[in-house]
Design a protein around this ligand. Structure first.
Ligand code: PA5
Length: 447
């Protein structure tokens, strides 16, 4: 069972003939992607990845995960952006966002570091790690990204002090470039086991590569099922007719709405365990489409929590929004609400009902209210938040994004804009070669 995409909530906002009109552009975008002739075609390895991934490496990932499970109480995962968000989204989606706090015999706690430059965050992780046995998965294509490189310096020193250089070698797993980069050179020198981030898959498309798979397997996630979900989605979304392909219809819908001034997309969920999926989606969509002064701004929202904060704006603020809802139909463990004889909160009308049932009515009520408030709404129904649906959804969003980006007329696979802040930061930190820029920036900051 894959996913079901419901477009009924668009009826007041999009006419059928608008889909007919955009169909040729969708077909052109689809042809560009599948023939490999579109912009950024060096980075479309993810398109066929679910069916042609490296099986030998996949087996090595499983072996490495077993080794980590056998000798480590904690796995420290170091990475940022595309080398972080997908793996963390998978862990939360499948195992819940309280994985570390729940009993999970035989699999390590997983701590993520190197995804910010916060000293307090890092200190907390060091404290939580304590003297427990641990391994490291450093994930970085370049090996020189500031955040993960700083964190790796700290944890490499710690692991070498605890187990000696030889022992540390058995506990450091690097996911990096096949041949180039600072981390690859270090791996060759030190003899760490390495997994490959291939050249034809950009960071934000890499969750189904060793970037995401090693930590998933270490946490006891069935990575065969994840890949099966993605492979089935790939098969399902091959048709280039938007009436027969909901992935392409979703891409077309986004572009039709953007042309009507709906330039912010809210990806909403009703499960805290999907918060990180929203973070993954934000990078995938923002980094791919937000360029050349174009793009749909992607926002994540966690309902019903955020209905008590940004709900007012969604209902009644600037009408530049549309909403895509991830609705998980079945809870893994549903709880029945009991009758309270005192009924002080007046909620006995839901006694005997399950919490999932109440959540479903919050979702249905919100869905109708937002449509009434002028928010076009797409619903993606997920049977259960498991391995298979995760793989399926990842592929759905990746392919829809590529099509949407090509219709928009941008290269969805580059990210030239992310270098600007780094150059300024390096200059201000005094990196050699940036002297002129440093002086100029410091003058501007003085005002
Ligand atoms: O999508 C991207 O390119 C970025 O998010 C990178 O993945 C991120 O900056 C990490 O880069 P690296 O893997 O080289 O450390």
């Amino acid at each position: 069972m894959g996913i079901n995409v419901n477009f009924e909530g668009l009826k007041p906002f999009i006419r059928e003939d608008e889909y007919t009109k955009i169909q040729p552009s969708v077909k052109m975008a689809h042809d560009l992607l599948l023939s490999g002739t579109g912009a950024g075609n060096d980075f479309i390895g993810w398109v066929d990845l679910p069916v042609n991934y490296d099986k030998e490496e996949f087996a090595r990932i499983k072996q490495a995960a077993k080794k980590i499970q056998s000798n480590s109480e904690v796995l420290i995962v170091i990475g940022i952006g595309g080398s972080y968000l997908g793996g963390r989204a998978a862990l939360d989606f499948i195992k819940g966002n309280n994985y570390n706090n729940k009993k999970h015999a035989g699999t390590p706690d997983i701590y993520f570091v190197g995804n910010s430059i916060s000293s307090d965050y890092l200190s907390d992780i060091l404290e939580m790690l304590g003297d427990r046995d641990f391994s490291i998965n450093i994930i970085s294509k370049s090996g020189t990204t500031t955040e993960p490189a700083i964190a790796f310096r700290i944890f490499k020193k710690l692991i070498e002090e605890k187990y000696g250089k030889e022992g540390a070698k058995e506990r450091i797993f690097a996911t990096t470039d096949k041949a180039r980069g600072a981390l690859k050179s270090l791996c060759d020198k030190e003899g760490y086991e390495t997994f490959v981030i291939t050249d034809d898959i950009g960071g934000r498309f890499s969750v189904l590569t060793p970037v995401g798979l090693l930590l998933m397997a270490s946490a006891g996630i069935d990575i065969d099922k994840v890949m099966q979900g993605a492979a089935d989605a790939r098969e399902e979304y091959l048709n280039d007719d938007i009436n027969k392909n909901v992935c392409l219809k979703y891409a077309a819908t986004r572009q039709i709405l953007a042309r009507k001034g709906k330039e912010t997309e809210i990806l909403a969920n009703y499960e805290p365990s999907l918060t990180m999926f929203g973070e993954w989606y934000k990078q995938l969509y923002a980094e791919s489409e937000g360029k050349d002064q174009k793009g749909i701004f992607p926002v994540g929202a966690n309902f019903s929590t955020d209905l008590h904060s940004i709900g007012q704006f969604i209902q009644d603020g600037n009408r530049n929004l549309f909403e895509t809802v991830l609705w998980v139909k079945n809870a893994k463990n549903d709880i029945i609400i009991e009758e309270d004889p005192e009924n002080i909160d007046g909620l006995n009308f839901v006694s005997g009902k399950s919490i999932q049932y109440v959540n479903s009515k919050a979702f249905a009520g919100t869905y109708l209210a937002h449509i009434d408030g002028g928010v076009p709404t797409i619903v993606i129904e997920i049977e259960k938040a498991d391995e298979y649906s995760f793989g399926y959804l990842v592929y759905f969003f990746e392919k829809a994004l590529a099509i949407s980006g090509y219709i928009e007329g941008v290269n969805p696979f580059d990210q030239p804009g992310v270098e600007a802040y780094k150059k300024n930061m390096f200059a201000l930190l005094g990196k050699p070669g940036y002297e002129d820029r440093k002086a100029e920036l410091e003058n501007r900051l003085k005002g």
